[in-house]
Design a protein around this ligand. Structure first.
Ligand code: ZN
Length: 132
């Protein structure tokens, strides 16, 4: 078991991908030395985490648009709370991501960023991490 911690993310839209790479980098920089893994976990049922291109913000927009086409917010669902589409999107994206640590630093690819994915915002959210 590694060093665990958390940080908060405040989202400002119903659907949003927030680049949290800097938060995770800071967590790793203060806790890690050498090689290992950083697990990032989102403890929410209508949000998730994914890794994708961070250089061009259109990529995140395209991902959100594509998810909306696959799982329309105004679709027909059983869940009475009215946010069924957000639950489905959260399951498609997943609630955790693992990034290798090399020499105490996140070994992300050149264009990769870690995104908190909001599907039922705006809200105040929490992200957990484990550095081991
Ligand atoms: Zn719900």
């Amino acid at each position: 078991m590694g060093v665990r911690g958390s940080f908060d993310v405040r989202t400002s839209s119903r659907l949003e991908m927030v680049d949290i790479t800097r938060h995770v980098r800071d967590a790793v920089a203060s806790h890690a030395a050498g090689d290992g893994w950083c697990t990032v976990y989102v403890p929410h049922t209508t949000a998730g985490v994914t890794i994708n291109e961070g250089a061009d913000p259109d990529v995140a927009s395209d991902i959100l648009d594509a998810l909306e086409r696959i799982v329309p917010s105004g679709g027909s669902y059983r869940h009475r709370e009215g946010n069924a589409a957000a639950h489905v999107k959260a399951s498609l994206v997943g609630s955790s991501a693992r990034v290798p640590i090399e020499g105490g630093r996140l070994a992300l690819g050149t264009w990769q960023a870690i995104f908190f994915c909001e599907f039922d915002g705006p809200r105040s959210r929490t992200v957990l991490f484990d550095v081991s």
